[in-house]
Design a protein. Sequence first.
Length: 321
Amino acid sequence: MPEIAKVAVLISGRGSNMAALLYAAKAENCPFEVVLVASNDPQAPGLKLAEAEGIDTFAHPHKGLSRNEHDQIMHEVIVTAGADYVALAGYMRILSNEFVRQWQDHMLNIHPSLLPKYKGLDTYQRALDAGDSHAGCSVHLVTPELDDGPVLAQTEVAILPGDTADILADRVLIAEHQLYAPTLAKYVAREADPDWILEQVRTRALALAETHERPSFGTPGWRVGSEKTGKYFAYFSRRHFGETGTSVFVKTSGLDEQSALLDADPDLYFTPKFYGKSGWIAIRLDTGHTDWDHVGDWLEKSWRMVAPKRLTKMMDIAAEF
Ligand code: GRF
């Protein structure tokens, strides 16, 4: 079973979206839990609510600190809380590129417009001024550009005659509260979806030179070299080969390395039943916090074990540039 994703929520104000996430997380089968609510404003009313609900809170004013310094403090607290994801919910700070990079693909935001329309502030008035029939809200992944990352989900909210920015904001907020939690739930659950996991492995395996995919005992495997003489450097296992869960098998340098890995990180590695004897190691991919760069490195290392010399030489030369 994948673990429940741990989420840190960053707020600057009343924190009603944070509350919506918090209460959604209490429902049975919700794939995430809120482990921390943090703010750049110690007076943010949302902090009191989170505290009363027994959630760890943290606040550090940004005054007098550079953007990087403040973000670094937040980053450390989030990591210490064990969070795998960051959910921005009315966090009124522009984030440093460094912070965004550290949480890339693991940080979501909710914004009160139908993105890409009306990035930034004043979204309701801008929708009214434009004579739009609908306003709305969007949940998106956070990238360095403000309110610009891939949109994961949106809800349209009809504009009524006589709406003011405030009236409209209240109605959009109802939609926000309905949208954020299910979108976050779906997003964190993708890491337990074997099809999504397979696609991640496939992309990385096929990005290596002269590789192709060939099924082996009913599961995808990846080989380097020609169709005829190629050699396997990875197998995907979705309850194949007598295993449970979803994992990828890669080649180690031998039984010594294999047992060192098992000692070092028994939650991540295990010995595959049939392939283990010849020095392969299985890496679990359904823990909910897979480090895909690490998996990519393993695939390359395994590829190197069996790739023809001319190819590994080429890689070495390319790496020097
Ligand atoms: C929400 O409208 C959200 O879309 C925007 O800031 C507001 C935060 O409200 N990013 P709350 O603090 O969640 O109540």
